[in-house]
Design a protein around this ligand. Sequence first.
Ligand code: BGC
Length: 452
Amino acid sequence: MPYLSVSRILINTFESLDIPSSRIKRIVSDFRAEMSRGLCAQKSSLKMIPTYVDAPSGKEKGRFIALDLGGTNLRILELELAGNARIRSSFEKRFTLENKYTSGRQEDFFDFICECIQKFAEESKISLKAGLSLGFTFSFPIRQTGVSSGILLRWTKDFSVKGVEGKEVVGLLRKSLIKKGLNYIKIAALVNDTVGTLVARSYSDPDCDIGVILGTGTNACYRERISQIAKLKHNTLKTTNMIINIEWGNFNKLKLAPFDAELDKASVNPGEQILEKMVSGMYLGEIARIIIRDLAKEKILFGAADTTALNRRGVFVTRYLSDIEADSSNGLLKTQRLLRGLGIRNSTLRDRVLVKKICELVSRRGARLSAIVLAAVITKIDSRLLRKHTIAIDGTLYEKHPGYAQVIKATLNEIFGRKSAKIKLALTKDGSGKGAAITAAAIIRMKSKEVN
Ligand code: BGC
């Protein structure tokens, strides 16, 4: 490598994390082109999956169980839908998804889910035998084969349970339910978490037409006109719109910096989920680690200190990024403590300022990218931004990461100018599970209308 001065190396690093305004238009148009190709079943990195579900009417009623399988945990909740756009959640329990299940055998994984349902029933004293229906939120790419069935296309977010890809997941869950004596549970709906989030918000907000998750993984869905979904072969919906699960995490028309390429190569799914690897909580810490490690190798950071700890994949978790960015202590002492915890004893104030700057740039790039692809989705629905749009968003990055939501807003403003006032970003907490219950209610309502 030719000799580069310290300032040149730093400028190169900072520039590779920047998305200048001049690049935004290109990303928006590439994303729009991929969306269109995906809708016609042409080769595209965007799957554009028809869900056979549309936004609810707000009149859906009843008591339901929601099973919400996300990236880091499994949530089970009991929900009461009042039928007047109000939802009451009476009991909720979270279970950690340990690595032995997320990378283990198919039977153990689904049996574990059923054991969690049993524990939930015991603690809540809710009688599942009463015939409650269940809405299942499954936060992975599934090709829906109906409203309550779907085939897992591939695992994401480091999940690698064996023998599930290419299989119908509700069937696998049902098999375990029967084995565990829980056969009376009816699975009425299978939804992606983005769909759950959109549905939950639109239960009380008719302007909501996009659902986004910015958490361990990232993705979005939106309401598309059925006439635009050229690949749709059969349709049971009587509405003019259908929710499309974009699976935007797999968007791959993006320029990778060397640290992105290294992260991708070492991941369980190289070449896949490229946008997700630049945006979501699962990966931001790792990007920062690679950059900091490289600067330490060049002796631009931490002088002669021992930094071998930085060579280990995964040691710099995304939570550190949040903590460092939020550090406003004099001398960045919290950051100092955190670095000590990683084995870096003697950081100078300059080191810590630089580390903080890198963390900010890594998360800022992610937030800008998510705003840019969101802008592409908005223009697909409403090219001149004539209507109001509520974007239902959930996920810890959006909710908790310092400054993340503000960067998204500022980037939308940069793209749409004053018209961005038409876009409302609405944090929709725990929408994924609620939406699954509402979808279950909507499906039951539709079926009963068909019978009568
Ligand atoms: C999955 C999506 C999911 C997103 C957010 C991604 O890894 O592919 O289906 O919606 O994570 O949880």
